[in-house]
Write a protein that binds this ligand. Structure first.
Ligand code: GH3
Ligand code: MG
Ligand code: MG
Ligand code: MG
Length: 317
């Protein structure tokens, strides 16, 4: 599913920017690019080139940069492009009036140009170079898009491996809609570790993280496949229980609590076995209660607060 979603992310067609103060040169490049089916933008000055590059940073595959411009040295334009993180990834090919000397080629490489051409421009050479550069650039653009997509759609919490808060928010709305449509009950457990600050203060943050992973594992062990466990915040977890009314959800929560009580975790330099406990609030959507996502979370939160007030290590509905 995810794979196919990635493959349909559209990648814009190739686009280049030709920067030259000579209109005839811009026009001839434009003609060549039409043959390559590439979109071409034009700029006559260095200042305009920098503007277009910034505006089209996500779509440009190559910039053809004349080294002799009216307002600004082409080298200066190149320097500014490379220095701006927003546009530094766009490949630049420098174009000189005559063949570059060896030292100027070195200079262009060191300045970050990917290639060079000289006038008069030979059509076949321009096309071959632009195509090679653009293909590479397009691959990188695809990778960047995939990475962005993957990050935006990440559903898991890195520390515990449980689902993350974003996934929970989405899933909660789906579950509420499902429960309403099928007139099926549905419950939510909000779990908060007891005196967790003390664990961090006594054993350090790393052991605190180990406790979080330990609790997450035990919660997973005791749930059914249909249930969805998420890390809601720092030391708070939330569990979605499909098809489960309030009383049964309370039983589940107490089963998790007993599971945790049965497995102390060795902490500190001497691996002292320590019992970790949590408090939990249960809220349900059923005939008696509204099927509304925010309302259910608020009710679970209120029940959790009562569990803390009543002395912790307990479940309240
Ligand atoms: P209470 O029983 O009232 O819930 O007390 P508590 O100490 O658990 O509650 P409090 O909200 O005061 O403290 C929560 C602590 O959880 C504070 C914070 O340092 C810790 N914490 C939050 N996220 C993480 C994490 O990712 N790793 C670790 N090690 N600690 C975390
Ligand atoms: Mg010129
Ligand atoms: Mg808390
Ligand atoms: Mg806590």
């Amino acid at each position: 599913m995810r794979e196919s979603l990635i493959s349909i992310i559209p990648v814009a067609p190739g686009e280049i920017l030709v920067v030259d103060d000579d209109e005839a040169v811009r026009k001839s490049v434009l003609r060549h690019m039409t043959n390559l089916a590439m979109v071409t933008s034009q700029a006559e000055t260095g200042a305009h080139a920098l503007e277009v590059a910034a505006e089209k940073a996500d779509t440009l595959d190559c910039i053809l940069l004349d080294l002799t411009l009216a307002d600004m040295d082409g080298w200066e334009v190149l320097r500014r492009l490379r220095a701006d993180p927003e546009v530094a990834h766009i490949p630049v090919m420098v174009v000189s009036e005559s063949p570059l000397s060896e030292s100027d080629i070195v200079r262009s490489i060191e300045a970050g140009a990917v290639d060079h051409l000289h006038k008069p421009l030979a059509g076949a050479l321009v096309c071959a170079k632009v195509r090679a550069i653009s293909d590479r650039s397009r691959n990188q653009r695809e990778l960047r898009n995939k990475l962005k997509f993957a990050l935006e759609n990440a559903a898991h919490d890195a520390l515990t491996g449980l689902f993350n808060r974003r996934y929970f928010e989405r899933r909660l709305r789906e579950e509420v809609a499902h429960a309403r449509r099928h007139k099926r009950p549905f419950s939510l457990l909000l779990i908060d570790l007891d005196h967790f600050k003390l664990v961090n203060d006594t054993y350090g943050h790393e052991d605190g993280d180990r406790v979080l992973r330990h609790v997450a594992e035990i919660v997973q062990e005791h749930l059914r496949e249909d249930d969805v466990a998420c890390r809601y915040g720092g030391e708070e977890l939330v569990v979605l229980l499909r098809g489960t009314p309030g009383p049964a959800a309370r039983v589940v929560a107490n089963r998790l609590r007993a599971g945790l009580a049965a497995k102390p975790l060795g902490l500190g330099p001497r691996n002292e076995p320590r019992h970790v406990t949590f408090s939990a609030g249960v809220a349900s959507a059923d005939e008696r209660n509204a099927f509304h996502a925010d309302d259910i979370v608020a009710r679970a939160d209120a029940a959790l607060y009562r569990a803390k007030r009543a002395g912790r290590n307990r479940v309240e509905v």
